[in-house]
Design a protein around this ligand. Sequence first.
Ligand code: MSP
Length: 506
Amino acid sequence: MKSYITTPIYYVNGSPHIGHAFTSIMADILKRNRQALGHELMLSTGVDEHGQKNQEAAADLGMPVGEFLDMRCNEFRNVFDRLGVAYDYFVRTSREGHKTAVAGMEQSIFDRDLIVKKNYTGTYCKGCEEFKKESDLTEDGQCPLHPTMKVEQTEETNYFLKMEPFRERLLQHIADNPEFVQPEAFRNELKQMLAEPLDDLCISRPKTRVTLGIELPFDTDFVTYVWFDALANYLTNIGWPEAGYEDWWAECEHMIGKDILKPHGVYWPIMLMAAGLPLPKKLSVHSHWVGAGGVKMSKSIGNVVDPIEVIEKLGVDALRWYLARHMRADSDSQISVEFITQTYNTELGNKIGNLLSRAAKFSKARFDGKLPAPGPLTAEDEAIRKAVVEAVKGMGDWVNLADIPARMQAIITVADEMNNYFAEQAPWDLIKNEETRERCQTVIYVTLDSLRVVMEALTQVIPGSAGKALSMLNAPEVASPWKPELDRLTGDSDLGEIETLFPRVQ
Ligand code: MSP
C-alpha cells in the first residue's frame, strides 16, 4: 500500500519558524506511523519560491534573486534535516520540470475555456498574495492575517479561472467523503466558504508588478499567480503529467494550517476539476501555535520560539515531543521555550529517561552487565505489561494528525504506571535476599522489556532518542509491520552502554 504525505511548501521571504517546523515534523511522524503499518511512503516538503513577497525579500537584502533563493532553500533544507524530517522529496518551485508542468496545466484549462481575461480593481494583500473582498478585511481595512503588511489598492488586467461552475460538485464531494477534510470543525468552515457563489480566481500577475513566477503559456506579459503554481507542486513532485504518479496521487494526504484552508479546500480542488484530474484523498488541518497566555508570537513582544534555538538548548526530541504532545486539534496551542523545557524535564526526563537509566544501571551493576532472565510472572507484572501494550497499541494503528496528542498522553500515563510499579516492587530490596533474587530479576526484566515496547512506539515520534534507548537495551530491530509485542528482549543478554537520554536542563 502506498501513502503520499505532503506539507505546505513554505515562502522563503524569512527564515524557517516554528509553524514550518511543526507541520513538517507532524508529517514526519505520520510518515513513520504509516511505515510502521508497512506502507510504502512518499513525504514531500520544501519551498515556495515565487511571488511578490519573495521577490521583495531578495530586493530588500540587495541580492540577485537566484542567489537569494538558493540561500533560503539551503537554510530550509538544513533546518528540516536537523529536525529529523525524513522527507523523500524536497520541493523547489523554481525547478524546470515543475514550471513546464504548471504551464501545461494552465494551457489545458485555458483550452477548456475556463480562463477569462478581464480588468479588476481591488484590494491586495501581499501576505496572502491574494485579492481581498471588503468583507475579508478588518474594521480598519487591513488583512486580519497580516495586519502590519498594509493592503494595497490595485487596478489590473489579469486572467481569471471560473470557479462557480465547480462549486456544487465540490460541495457534493465533501458531503460524499466525510474523510476529505479533517477535523470536522474545518470541514464546516470549508462548507461555509462554499455556501455563496464563488468569484472567479485571479491566476495571473502582470510582469510590471511581479516577475518572479512562471510565465503564462498563453500570454507572456504575465506570470502565474503564486498559489496556482505552488499548489501544483503536489502533483509535479510525483512526476505528473508523466505516467506513474497515479498510485501515489490516489493516496495523497495534505497537511495544512488553518490559515491556508481556502487555497487547499477551494482553489486546489477546483483547479484539479478544471484540469480533469481527481482530487486528493484528504486534507488534514491543524490550528496554530501562539505564545504563552495565548498571545500571538512576535519579535516585538519577544515571545517567538525559534526551532533552532530550542534544539540547540534541549535537543531535537524535546521540540518534537512538545509539538506532538501539546498540539490541540481545533483551537490554538501555546508554546514557549519555558514550556518546552518543563515538559522535557518532567516527562521525557523524569518519567521515561530516568526510569530507563535507573533500571538499566541497576541491572548492569547487579547482574554482571546483563539483563536478567525473568522467573514466573505475578499479577502485578501481568497488569503493567497489559497496560503498556494497551497504551501504545494506537501507534500500531493508523494515526490521524489530530490523534497524535491523545496517543502521546496514553504513553505518558502508562509511564507513570511503570514508575509506580518499579517503586512498589522495589528491586533494590529484593536483591538483598537470595530467596527474592529471582523476583528481582523478573521485576527488572518486566520493567526494561516494557520500556522497550514504549521506545519502539516512540521511534515514530522521537526517533533519535528512542533509537538510542533501544540500542542501550540491545533490543532487536523494530519489526515492520509493527505491533506492540512483549518479550522481545532476551534474558541473560548483555546490555549496551547506559547514557542519560534526556539530561536535565535548567
Ligand atoms: N507558501 C504557502 C503555502 C503553499 S502550499 C501549496 C504558505 N507558506 S508559509 O510559509 O506561510 O507557511 C505556511 C504554513 O505554516 C501553514 O501550514 C501555516 O499554517 C503554518 N504556520 C505558520 N504559522 C504558524 C503557527 N504559528 N503555528 C502553526 N503553524 C503555522 O502559506
